[in-house]
Design a protein around this ligand. Structure first.
Ligand code: G1P
Length: 283
């Protein structure tokens, strides 16, 4: 059973400047709720019991967001506002399941994963990249179901435009399992159009085996001098470990770029407008 998830949060968020010059991008509100809470809700609904946040000193604001008890208690004592009480209860629920580890130098996603090595208990764990929101369907839940069936690693994926392959990890298919699931032959980090073996992009949800830590320990820096999780995955595939690419059913929202962030707000507002209208009709 997969009960632990890790979330790399030490990135500087330069693609969202100036918003991120003093603010953590994962706390930016998307339709009135910080992006990170969407990710936490996805984890909770998928049955995750513990989430490890990988932050840096520059992102301490994230820890503070979940550890501001005195502030809430003082306000609630003075003002018995039920909305604030509910929000505080929600924050407490999140806080109980979060652990923090530090990655002080931004040396890549693989390096961030390595920081969680001594905390991972099970044979497999889930990783979610907070720039990638997937709404309408719980992608992590669907991936955990697949993992249970095939006892293998799983990565979320979607087809992207050919001219955009250099923005993603790209994989090619060894074998089709069903319309949405494929056994992966190989994966390459951000290839040029010429190098790309396909246009199947890896999106930020991974079920990884604990043995990936040994690969990461031995890995030399790859593209742009960073330690990439993609390179460790390729090394595991070379050793005959099975990785499944899962074309998820939910809607993908890219929160890591300014245009994507603005669009995410609009898309989620649309979903809520639809919910409110439906509730209104029911009276
Ligand atoms: C990371 C991974 C990349 C993956 C992407 C998904 O890149 O390195 O393989 O396709 O996440 O969002 P980043 O977005 O951190 O540059």
């Amino acid at each position: 059973m997969i009960k632990q998830a890790i979330i790399p949060l030490a990135g500087l968020g330069t693609r969202l400047l100036p918003l991120t010059s003093v603010f953590a991008k994962e706390l930016l509100p998307i339709n009135g709720k910080p992006g990170i809470e969407y990710i936490l809700d996805e984890c909770i609904e998928a049955g995750i019991k513990e989430v490890i946040f990988i932050i840096s000193k520059k992102k301490l604001m994230i820890k503070k967001y979940f550890y501001n008890d005195k502030f809430y208690k003082d306000i609630i004592k003075r003002k018995k506002d039920p909305r604030i009480i509910n929000e505080y209860k929600k924050i407490l629920k999140y806080k109980k399941m979060i652990k923090f580890v530090f990655q002080d130098k931004p040396l890549g996603t693989g390096d961030a994963v390595l920081k969680t090595k001594k905390f991972i208990k099970g044979k497999f764990f889930l990783m979610l990249l907070p720039d990638d929101l997937i709404v309408k369907q719980n992608c992590s839940k669907a991936m955990i179901t697949l993992h249970k069936k095939f006892k293998s690693s799983v990565m979320a994926s979607m087809k992207v435009k050919e001219k955009e392959v250099s923005r993603w990890g790209i994989y090619n298919i060894k074998e089709k399992i069903s319309t949405k699931n494929f056994i992966i032959k190989g994966v390459i980090e951000k290839p040029s159009i010429k190098q790309a073996p396909s246009n199947n992009a890896v999106i930020g949800r991974y079920i990884l085996p604990k043995k990936i830590f040994n690969k990461l320990l031995k890995l030399k820096p790859g593209k742009d001098g960073e330690i990439h999780i993609t390179d460790a995955i390729q090394s595991l595939i070379n050793d005959n470990n099975k990785f499944i690419g899962h074309n998820f059913s939910g809607k993908y929202l890219d929160c890591g770029t300014m245009n994507g962030y603005i669009n995410s707000t609009l898309e989620i507002a649309k979903i809520w407008k639809f919910v409110w209208l439906a509730l209104d009709t029911l009276g």
